[in-house]
Design a protein around this ligand. Structure first.
Ligand SMILES: NC(=O)C1=CN([C@@H]2O[C@H](COP(=O)(O)OP(=O)(O)OC[C@H]3O[C@@H](n4cnc5c(N)ncnc54)[C@H](O)[C@@H]3O)[C@@H](O)[C@H]2O)C=CC1
Ligand SMILES: CC(=O)C(=O)O
Ligand SMILES: [Mg+2]
Length: 374
């Protein structure tokens, strides 16, 4: 198969869909890989490195989009890219369609078959292509919080770990999945006081074993969330209902009763965010303030550490890329977990939770366009 890798064009996105090592694996199996010139600059892999791995370099994104049968990316296609996609192509990337009707419609109109990394499943009920970036984002969320907490950036002026004789910061983690666990590990490591809130009791039991008393586990109720958030210096938003828009767990009214200069890090922002006052930000301008509370809502956090992230992502995606390269969509027959990634095909939304979140209960393009316009 002919596989194409365009340069990522989202703001401050430095990752790349295929690292040179993955290109080598594909080329060794007889696949043709075309890479846009400069696509690997963000990870310090120049065109010559890709050529050595077996890729053919092309100058423009247009050449990649017009020639490739399978397009492997990182971030959701931007508007300029929807128009380049075609009905005989497969797109494999993060999509996060639930809060993004314009993109959903753009993909539906292109006719492309779009497989979203974030809804591919595994036999244990996990999300294997979201997990590596959730590990990165969870760890980064505490670094982001530490910076945002500083007084010169408008924060509360609290050191996460405190010092002998002074209390540490209180970090509350909403959602104890992959992001939440990695955030909690970093916060505990820095000496913060940490609580993790999740709606799954089995998950809370696992976390209790992992943290052995260094983090408090709490079942998710409105009362518990309110109590913990009002006492927090940092809240990490890390809840997920796969494919769906994130539930809003903290509303604007709660902000005025929080500590001044406290920090909300909404990692769930790519699914719409779990704080009512969140809106997506970029690495260039990561934070904003509402009612004295600092919000950090970067929707592509792992893009800031692309050398780590692109490799971690490829470790997870490569086996699926190989299957798609070998058999195209026929790979779904033998892999229902890969099939769970299919979000759009033939102008229709194919994933039930995505369709429900978008309000596209029936899935033809014309109806979706009408609903979006209403
Ligand atoms: N902003 C960014 O750059 C990135 C964002 N993400 C996002 O982070 C979010 C979390 O991802 P993961 O940790 O991998 O998901 P996960 O599925 O591992 O964990 C989510 C957790 O949320 C819990 N949960 C769901 N509803 C809840 C509620 N009402 N109260 C308390 N807990 C609740 C679930 O029980 C689960 O344990 C996703 O939206 C993901 O897309 C992930 C990576 C990068
Ligand atoms: C998961 C995701 O949105 C990211 O890695 O950017
Ligand atoms: Mg994202």
């Amino acid at each position: 198969m002919r596989i194409g890798v365009p340069t990522e064009i989202k703001t401050d996105e430095f990752r790349v869909g295929l690292v040179p090592g993955s290109v080598r694996e594909l080329a060794a199996r007889g696949h043709e890989v075309i890479v846009q010139s400069g696509a690997g600059v963000g990870i310090f892999a120049d065109d010559a490195v890709y050529e050595k791995a077996g890729a053919r370099i092309v100058k423009t994104a247009d050449e990649v989009f017009s020639e490739a049968q399978l397009i492997v990316k990182v971030k959701e296609p931007q508007q300029a890219e929807w128009k380049s996609l075609k009905s005989d192509q497969i797109l494999f990337t993060y999509l996060h369609l639930a809060p993004d009707a314009p993109q959903a419609i753009g993909l539906m109109e292109s006719g492309v078959s779009a497989i979203a990394y974030e809804t591919v499943t595994d036999p244990a009920g996990g999300l294997p292509l979201l997990a590596p970036m959730s590990e990165v984002a969870g760890r980064l969320s505490i670094e982001a919080a530490a910076i945002a907490l500083r007084r010169p950036t408008g924060g509360r002026g609290v050191l996460l770990g405190g010092v002998p004789g002074v209390k540490p910061a209180k970090v509350v983690v909403l959602g104890g999945g992959v992001v939440g666990t990695h955030a909690a590990r970093m916060a505990v490591g820095l000496g913060a006081e940490v609580s993790i809130i999740d709606r799954s009791l089995p998950r809370l039991r696992q976390l209790d074993e992992v943290f052995k008393g260094r983090a408090t586990t709490l079942a998710s109720t409105m009362e518990t969330i309110e109590h913990e958030v009002l006492a927090a210096d940092v809240v990490i938003g890390a809840v997920l209902i796969a494919g769906a828009s994130a539930p809003k767990l903290v509303n604007r009214a709660m902000l005025k009763d929080m500590k001044r200069g406290a920090v909300l890090v909404d990692v769930s922002i790519d699914q719409g965010g779990c704080f009512e006052t969140s809106k997506p930000t970029t690495h260039a301008r990561p934070t904003f303030e509402v009612d004295g509370i600092i919000h950090y809502c970067v929707a592509n956090m792992p893009g800031a550490v692309p050398v780590t992230s692109a490799q971690a992502l490829n470790n997870a995606t490569l086996p699926f890329v190989l299957k798609l390269a070998e058999r195209g969509l026929a790979a779904f027959d033998r892999d229902p977990h890969l099939a769970a990634g299919l979000n759009v095909k033939d102008g229709r939304i194919m994933h039930a939770a995505v369709a429900a979140s978008l309000g596209f209960d029936s899935v033809e393009t014309s109806r979706a366009v009408r609903l979006a316009a209403e």
